[in-house]
Write a protein that binds this ligand. Structure first.
Ligand code: TYM
Length: 325
């Protein structure tokens, strides 16, 4: 079977370094060896309250940010979910296969219904069903995601098994692909980095804001005075060095931290330099991309048209197998 990758990201306004390290960096490594579909999932994003006026900008920003991070829209099909209505059509069909009990167990649903008590809607509940439809419309075999999405991919596999069993085997069982950074913690060093927790570093951060945010980050809380030795293994700032600082320098920081040779402030300054070395070229590319948006729009719309053709074929097969004509 061909190897096909599908993954999605919500247009939540700003891509943060959790998204970048947990998903997008991994997507880039797959561009040459897989057929890749990367989707800005605008229909998922409307399951929480949002500002209609900003929505289009958020979707388009997500496209630009992904390209600036290194997703080549001519090597992959980077597209917008709502350009392919078959996603929601298949989701309805899968709704009649998805067990309520499975959906009730989803951690993301439980978390989001706590966060948005005033708006616990059916879309939030059936969110993993639409996610399954996204993946299987393109018969994806692999889904590169961060750890928080693994439960949804397991759910997708169960739905695929049920569908194949009842109506005939047309879908491969999708597998998650985790990156080397499946769970990046936020600046508090406790919760997962996420937009909704406000504990994130966005890829579009100015150097000044980056500096403020890193300086406010929680380190090894037992290290109170500069002369106390630190424990890098429980320090989130040190764990971020793993992704932004060359290994030799990182080893040196680790040794020095343990013997109180380097303080948290200096350790943070080095991290700021490391993160900035990653963010600055992304931001420069973003500025360049903004100068020629018309061409990009054509590519993204064309990608959507190509995805629609594939999706129509899959829907034809699904309906045939299910006796819907
Ligand atoms: P979303 O938009 O929340 O996140 C996009 C990707 O970033 C990963 N991620 C993280 N990885 C490591 N550490 C973190 N702190 C962190 N925060 C986010 C996520 O795991 C994800 O891979 N439901 C999905 C979008 C989606 C999707 C799909 C994904 C819709 N359809 C089909 C895969 C396949 C979501 O909300 O991702």
């Amino acid at each position: 079977m061909n190897k096909t990758v599908f993954s999605g990201i919500q247009p939540s306004g700003e891509i943060h370094i959790g998204n970048y390290l947990g998903a997008i960096q991994n997507w880039i490594t797959l561009l040459d060896s897989y057929e890749c579909f990367f989707c800005i999932v605008d229909y998922h994003a409307i399951t929480v309250k949002y500002d209609v006026k900003d929505f289009q900008d958020r979707v388009w920003n997500a496209i630009i940010d992904n390209i600036a991070c290194g997703i080549d829209p001519e090597k992959s099909r980077l597209f917008i979910q709502s350009h392919v209505p078959e996603h929601t059509e298949l989701a309805w069909i899968l709704n009649s296969i998805a067990p309520m009990g499975d959906l009730e167990r989803m951690t993301q649903y439980k978390d989001k219904s706590k966060q948005h008590k005033e708006n616990i809607n059916a879309g939030l509940f059936t969110y993993p069903v639409l996610q399954t439809a996204d993946i299987i419309l393109y018969k994806a075999t692999h889904v590169p995601v961060g750890e928080d999405q693994v439960q949804h991919i397991e759910f997708a596999r169960r739905i695929v098994k049920s569908f194949n069993h009842r109506f005939g085997k047309i879908f491969p069982e999708p597998k998650e692909l985790l990156s080397h950074a499946p769970r990046i913690l936020g600046l508090d060093g406790k919760a997962k980095m996420s937009k909704s927790m406000g504990n994130y570093i966005a890829i579009g951060e100015t150097r000044e804001v980056l500096q403020k945010k890193v300086m406010s980050a929680v380190t090894d809380e037992k290290r109170i005075r500069r002369n106390d030795p630190g424990d890098p293994s429980i320090c989130n700032v040190f764990s971020l060095h793993q992704f932004f600082t060359p290994s030799e320098k990182r080893d040196e920081i680790e040794t020095e931290c343990k013997r109180a040779g380097i303080g948290c402030v200096d350790c943070k300054k080095l991290l700021i330099n490391g993160i900035w070395a990653t963010l600055e070229p992304i931001q420069e590319k973003r500025t360049t991309l903004l100068k020629d948006q018309n061409r990009l729009r054509e590519i993204i719309y064309e990608n959507g048209r190509q995805c629609k053709q594939i999706a129509e074929n899959t829907m034809g097969q699904v309906k045939e197998q299910m006796g819907i004509r």
